[in-house]
Design a protein around this ligand. Structure first.
Ligand code: TMP
Length: 198
């Protein structure tokens, strides 16, 4: 089973990814967790290049997909075959939102490229953390090129994630609430799914 966390900057993906991992560990459920771009040693190197200031959006796409391809082949597929739950902090929806919508490549084209390159792998569950960017950006110290973009960009990005969250696998969670309420919602969705599969 693959569970991805998605959403704009400062929505708490890393926090809730860690929280979910701790929850699964508590119940002895084997899991693999990773972030994208990044993950394997190779993919972490790609992550360094990905944040380079002045690269073309297609180059950005090819970099993130090379990171994903390595993760899928070397880490995700083996973990799934061992029956582990794979938790990913950003995955295919981030590529559709950032490079497809915000970068202007188009959602259909980006999806087709992912399908052609074996990097389109649909999670069983995608948690979309939703929060007003003016609140979310207060939570972070902007560092990389995406985080430094203006509020209008982050507003459009939020809408892109919401527009993409139409599949049966998507659950949009209001992340502008106390952490215990947000985590309660996430854990109950995951518990229901993992129990159903046993
Ligand atoms: P983060 O690990 O702090 O969330 O940073 C990852 C950044 O990479 C974030 O700004 C979104 C961006 N990104 C893309 O542009 N496309 C992608 O496919 C992925 C996975 C991330």
């Amino acid at each position: 089973m693959i569970i991805s966390f998605e959403g704009g900057e400062g929505t708490g993906k890393s926090t809730y990814t860690e929280l979910l991992c701790a929850h699964l560990d508590k119940y002895g459920l084997p899991r693999l967790s990773l972030r994208e771009p990044g993950g394997s040693a190779f993919s972490e190197k790609v992550r360094g290049l990905f944040f380079h200031e002045d690269i073309d959006v297609m180059t950005e796409l090819l970099l993130v997909l090379s990171s994903r391809r390595e993760n899928i082949v070397k880490m995700i597929t083996p973990a799934l075959s061992e029956g582990r739950i794979v938790i990913i902090d950003r995955f295919i929806d981030s590529t559709l939102a950032y490079q497809g919508v915000m970068g202007g490549l188009g959602v259909e084209k980006v999806r087709a490229i992912m399908e052609m390159t074996g990097t389109w792998l649909e999670p069983d569950l995608t948690i979309v953390l939703d929060i007003d960017p003016s609140v979310a950006l207060e939570r972070i110290v902007p560092g990389d090129k995406f985080e430094l973009r203006d509020l209008a960009y982050h507003g459009r990005l939020r809408q892109a994630f919401l527009d993409l969250a139409t599949g049966a696998r998507h659950r949009v969670i209001d992340a502008d609430r106390p952490r215990d309420l947000v985590s309660r919602d996430i854990l109950s969705i995951v518990d229901e799914m993992t129990l159903k599969r046993r």
